[in-house]
Ligand binder design. Structure first.
Ligand code: ARG
Length: 458
């Protein structure tokens, strides 16, 4: 009967449920490539300190590559006693090359190994997530650039506020995502810290060259304390915090588009590719993609907060609680990546109804401009706000719009009104007045597009 890797000091059997409870292979096997890359680098480091001969190193590296190929080809045979990806790979290596395989783990522990694997795995995945995020921002920027002539109501409290450009709205979301992109780029160096060479807890007695290991594996830096090296999962928490915030931003743009896609608004139509129907109501076309984006933000936040609970009370160094970092991280990476791709697709294929947006503009949305008109004639804004409010009330009582009031009506409210008041009632002109940096005027749309493009091209 086969022995567990750590079975030497054991005489009793593991409870079958405990065996299952302890086993992480079903999910951590997705790190097989990182695990094998780490082992190949480590075998080279062992050769450099004379633990392996060059010939032994070659045999081990070839063996590891054969194991990797089995995983790649989907033919790796998992054995019941394979506890996790590290034990599985070592067991298989030893089957392939014999007892020599047992030299690989000299001075190494699964504690520094798993911390290394997680970082290597996440470094690669974070790059994929970054690419997906860049693509999403690019799609928004491209649309905003093209659709700059479309005017729509801008809302606060979901109440009509002032006219803006459609581009201004979607660029606002792009700026949230651009901040996410910058944060992601900033946190990647904190993932890229090598723990290998920390041993089980007290460092490496064979004095492997950790600088060499870092270089081999593409790490930016090296952990400076072995306890910290094996016990630190901050990079996982930080990535999940990042993902939670990013998903929150996806949720907010989704909410905008869900509302704008209702018949009541009718500003946008989702393409069929990102909608689903109802099993009962034949007419329905539901924005499920956007609802899932909104819903999954809760799940990703839950992954983060769940692992935070696990992480906070653990004693120093490695404790098995830390194995609980994997499922939430993997789930987070899968969902944030998929969400970014879905959002990109939704926005790339969205139909925008410029006519509906234009029709939703009403003259009362220029009441601020009316107040501003009197400000330019020297009246303090507090008074002009009041006068403009009275014009709105008057129009309301006459069941007409602001521009339909006569010059006499206006003169009745303030003697500063003259013929040119009718120039106020022009949505385009109103938007173009707002050309301070950050505004929706055309030249500021240009500026926003340029700023975002520079972040993307960095
Ligand atoms: N499967 C373990 C994990 O994911 C690997 C480390 C196990 N180390 C140990 N001393 N039990 O955390």
């Amino acid at each position: 009967t086969k022995q567990k890797l750590w079975g030497g000091r054991f005489t009793g059997k593991t409870d079958p449920l405990m065996h299952e409870f302890n086993q992480s292979l079903k999910y951590d096997k997705r790190m097989y490539d990182a695990d094998i890359r780490g082992s190949i680098a480590y075998s080279k480091a062992l050769t450099l300190v004379g633990i392996l001969t060059e010939d032994e190193e070659i045999k081990i590296v070839n063996g590891l590559e054969a194991v990797k190929k089995e995983w790649d080809d989907g033919v790796f045979q998992v054995q019941p006693d394979d506890e996790d990806i590290h034990t599985a790979n070592e067991r298989r290596l030893t089957e392939l090359i014999g007892p020599l395989g047992g030299k690989l783990h000299t001075g190494r522990s699964r504690n520094d190994q798993v911390a290394t694997d997680m970082r290597l795995w996440l470094m690669k995945e974070a790059r994929e997530v970054e690419i997906a995020l860049e693509a999403l921002i690019q799609v928004i920027v491209n649309r905003a650039d093209k659709e700059r002539d479309i005017l729509m109501p801008g809302y606060t409290h979901l109440q009509r506020g002032q006219p803006v450009r459609w581009s201004h709205l979607i660029l606002s979301h792009a700026f949230y995502f651009a901040a996410d992109l910058q944060r992601l780029r900033e946190l990647i160096p904190r993932i890229s810290v090598l723990p290998l060479g920390s041993g089980a807890l007290a460092g490496n007695a064979f004095v492997v060259d950790r600088e060499f290991l870092a270089k081999e594996l593409g790490f930016d830096s090296i952990s400076e304390n072995s306890f910290h090296g094996i016990g630190d999962r901050d990079f996982i928490v930080e990535f999940m915090m990042w993902a939670s915030l990013t998903m929150g931003h996806l949720s907010r743009i989704s909410e905008d588009l869900i509302i704008y896609s209702t018949a009541e608004f009718g500003f946008v139509t989702l393409s069929d590719a990102y909608s689903t129907g109802s099993s009962m109501m034949p007419q329905k076309k539901n924005p499920d993609s956007l609802e899932l984006l909104r819903g999954k933000s809760g799940r990703v936040f839950g992954n983060m907060s769940g692992f935070m609970m696990t992480y906070k009370g653990i004693p120093s160094t490695y404790n098995k609680d830390l194995q609980e970092d994997k499922e939430p991280l993997f789930d987070t990476v899968d969902n944030v990546w998929a969400s970014l791709r879905i959002a990109e697709g939704v926005i790339a294929t969205l139909e925008v109804h410029a006519d509906k947006m234009r029709k939703a503009l009403t003259m009362d949305m220029l009441a601020t401009d009316l107040a501003d008109y009197l400000v330019r004639k020297g009246i303090p804004f507090r008074e002009t706000h009041h006068i403009s409010g009275r014009a709105v009330a008057l129009a309301e009582s006459r069941k007409c719009q602001l521009h339909e009031l006569s010059l006499e009506d206006y003169k009745g409210l303030s003697d500063k009104f003259t013929e040119d008041v009718h120039g106020v009632f022009d949505f385009e002109a109103s938007v173009e007045k707002r050309r301070a940096i950050g505004g929706p005027a055309l030249q500021m749309i240009d500026r926003q597009v340029e700023t975002l493009q520079a972040i993307l091209n960095r």
